[in-house]
Design a protein around this ligand. Structure first.
Ligand SMILES: [Zn+2]
Length: 300
């Protein structure tokens, strides 16, 4: 019969040349998949609920600047950031999945291009970074050569600028930082931070000598919870200190010799008894502080 003949031929075809062709197709697909994998590694990673890091901080800063409010820029992709991403995706008419992948990044880039200067952070490259570096240098903040590469020195310069201007210190050049760069920079004497030893101590109710260590919001200092907010929910930064709540109740306002005013807002596994852990805005300052005996004044 013709039908059984056709089946036989089909079986024959599948058994030999088609199998060979299928093998070739599989090989080609594998090679392509590996190629795409390599390409994906150089692309920014997808961000979604639970992600943490500088790229999350940058995303939050972008969302806030586009009026998709995600609250504090804390580097933690939590419910507020998720909600802001959903709102942005909805308003752009793209897939509403709460995941910041290529499509959402493009949508954000499009909106930002229309609305504001770029948000730059460590790892960014390009003419916009070079422009930032030129402005930092002109304002007296040494960021190394103007090479269009946002590295640790550019980040340190951005942090120094943010500290000098009293704006949020996150090392990310967002709208606030660009605005600060467009205005005269306050002189160092106007800085409220780090009064020297022997400077006037505010009225206090109690003074203790404590062993102070230092940390910053980075991953290294907070492994594995890099950039977590403090125990009582305030964002980590200068002025946030970790204490033993049995010695200093959380929420207590303090003045710390060599550091300045602070709030007991955090705890730490090793922070017991007369230990205190001072948060600095960047890792370098924390390293520089090291371990010191300090006088801790409890403010009324
Ligand atoms: Zn650190």
């Amino acid at each position: 019969m013709a039908l059984s003949q056709a089946r036989k031929e089909l079986g024959f075809l599948l058994s030999k040349p088609i199998r060979r062709i299928l093998e070739i197709i599989v090989a080609v697909v594998l090679v392509l998949a590996i190629g795409i994998g390599v390409q994906a590694a150089s692309e920014p990673r997808n961000l979604y609920w639970g992600c943490r890091g500088d790229d999350v901080s940058a995303l939050q800063s972008q969302l806030n600047s586009l009026n998709f409010n995600c609250g504090n820029i804390d580097g933690i992709f939590g419910p507020k950031t998720h909600a802001a991403v959903l709102a942005l995706q909805k308003s752009c008419g793209i897939a509403v999945d709460g995941i910041v992948g290529p499509q959402t990044r493009n949508a954000i880039a499009g909106l930002l291009a229309k609305s504001s200067p770029p948000t730059l952070y460590q790892g960014c490259r390009g003419d916009e970074v070079a422009e930032l570096q030129k402005k930092l240098k002109a304002a007296g903040f040494n960021c190394g050569p103007v090479d269009g590469i946002f590295g640790p020195r550019t980040k340190a310069a951005v942090i120094a600028l943010q500290q000098a201007c009293g704006i949020k210190v996150d090392g990310i050049a967002g709208p606030q930082t660009w605005e600060a760069l467009s205005k005269p920079i306050p002189t160092a004497s106007a800085k409220p931070e780090t009064p020297s030893r022997g400077s006037s101590v505010p009225r206090y109710t109690k003074v203790m000598t404590m062993v102070a260590t230092a940390y910053c919001p980075c991953n290294q200092c907070n492994y594995p919870y890099g950039g977590k907010p403090s125990y009582i929910g305030l964002p980590l930064g200068h002025g946030i200190v970790a204490v033993d709540p049995n010695v200093i109740p959380l929420g207590t306002r303090l003045y710390i010799e060599g550091y300045g005013e602070a709030i007991a807002a955090d705890t730490g596994g090793a922070i017991k008894g007369n230990r205190i852990d001072l948060c600095f805005s960047d890792h370098q300052s924390a390293l520089k502080f090291g371990i010191q005996n300090v006088k801790v004044y409890v403010l009324p």
